[in-house]
Design a protein around this ligand. Sequence first.
Ligand SMILES: Cc1cc2nc3c(=O)[nH]c(=O)nc-3n(C[C@H](O)[C@H](O)[C@H](O)COP(=O)(O)OP(=O)(O)OC[C@H]3O[C@@H](n4cnc5c(N)ncnc54)[C@H](O)[C@@H]3O)c2cc1C
Length: 440
Amino acid sequence: MRIEELREQVAGRVIAPAEDGWDAARLFHSGIGEPALIVRAASVADVAAAVRWASAEGVAVAVRGGGHSAWGTVAGGLTIDLGELTDIEIDGTLVRVGGGATWGAVAGTLSEAGLGVSSGDTASVGVGGLTLGGGIGWMVRAWGLAADQLTGVQLVTAAGDVVEVSAASHPELFWALRGGGGNFGVVTRFDYRAHELPAVVFGELSLQGDARPVLRALRDTLRGAPRELTVTYADVPAMDPSAPAGATITACWIGDDVDAARAALGPVLALSGVEVNDLGVRPYPDILLEMPEFDPNQPMPGFIGGNTLLTDADDDVLDALATFRESNPASVLFLRSLGGAYGDVPDDATAFSPRGATWFAMAGAFDLPGTTTEQRAAVEDEWARIEARGGGVYGNFTQAVDGSVVAKMYSPETSARLAKVKREWDPGNVFSRNHNVAPA
Ligand SMILES: Cc1cc2nc3c(=O)[nH]c(=O)nc-3n(C[C@H](O)[C@H](O)[C@H](O)COP(=O)(O)OP(=O)(O)OC[C@H]3O[C@@H](n4cnc5c(N)ncnc54)[C@H](O)[C@@H]3O)c2cc1C
């Protein structure tokens, strides 16, 4: 490995094992890696040089944006860390964001200009992985996925070329980048169409008692609700830091009209066992969660379960989700509302589908020490029956890196189309640390 040659070609830091800052550099939000080398790209040219160097040396590549997936590293390979590419430029409602920025930074900068882009729920998540995989956030019913707000990207290809990609310049590649993940190159700049967003109404409700009537009422309420409203139902044990312990509903309403938000949530608020902890106007950046960093000494256990995009959230499937949570004490259940602008996009307009889905559901039991093979298999079966009711898996919310998920993420037509784009732009599969699409 001719490391000195790479050092000469890039302005950013190249860090090898045992050098200063190695342990910090190989730590990412979801884990700690054992790569042979890490480059902290300081420019687009650095990214291009690193990609070319890795291809010439035959070294595997991992591209790290916000580092929230399981792919922030590759053993024995080169990690291209985009954490320095964080510029955010506002030009009217067009927003240009560096490929390594995080949503907290984007929301903070846009908020000062009275703007917003629908992102995820967590500040430290990267714009890169979230957008390329789709991106379900607090404005999904009003504005669609994060990927739906993209107008173009700057991409470093597997050949090390820098290409401006939009619907006009490279329609198939642009189609693939919106849902196809990091398969097609390194995005060094995302261009989003932002929306006016002076503030949001944010509500936090706690729930007691049987989840079933609440889930049904929530589904029925959202069916006819204005698009300004997006909600998440969560039921997590105390060991999970991603939501307050217990069953809760969080609701986000675009704008500062508390009465309208309250009216939209009316049928849910009227249920017994529902208590409003907080419902008020907040700056959008304030509602994004802060998550603890990965602690190598206390890794979180894995999950047995999964997620699914539900086109028909009927009583049976809602009951099955409630039962899953009840029968597994150390488990989580999340439901996020879709529909609205998410569903305005035709299934074949981006690589993300199904657009007919009205809810995203995710459930998993923690794979705690002592869980037997039989217990694990029983939970897997229970989840498989629920998943079979859905219309596809959302890849961004699974940590599986074994390739098994890809077939569940895309329809056969979408898979074939993605494989063709992959063959054109990355025939040697340089970018394989993702839900990998084989070139065909
Ligand atoms: C705490 C937490 C909260 C989350 N909340 C949400 C949520 O609200 N909504 C939602 O939809 N998802 C959410 N997710 C899932 C999240 O979208 C995925 O984990 C996503 O992959 C994270 O992107 P990242 O850039 O942080 O991760 P990374 O691990 O850096 O990247 C993920 C993948 O994208 C590739 N990639 C990243 N940046 C680029 C780039 N610039 N160019 C090319 N490839 C790139 C990487 O190579 C990798 O394959 C959450 C995840 C966590 C852990």
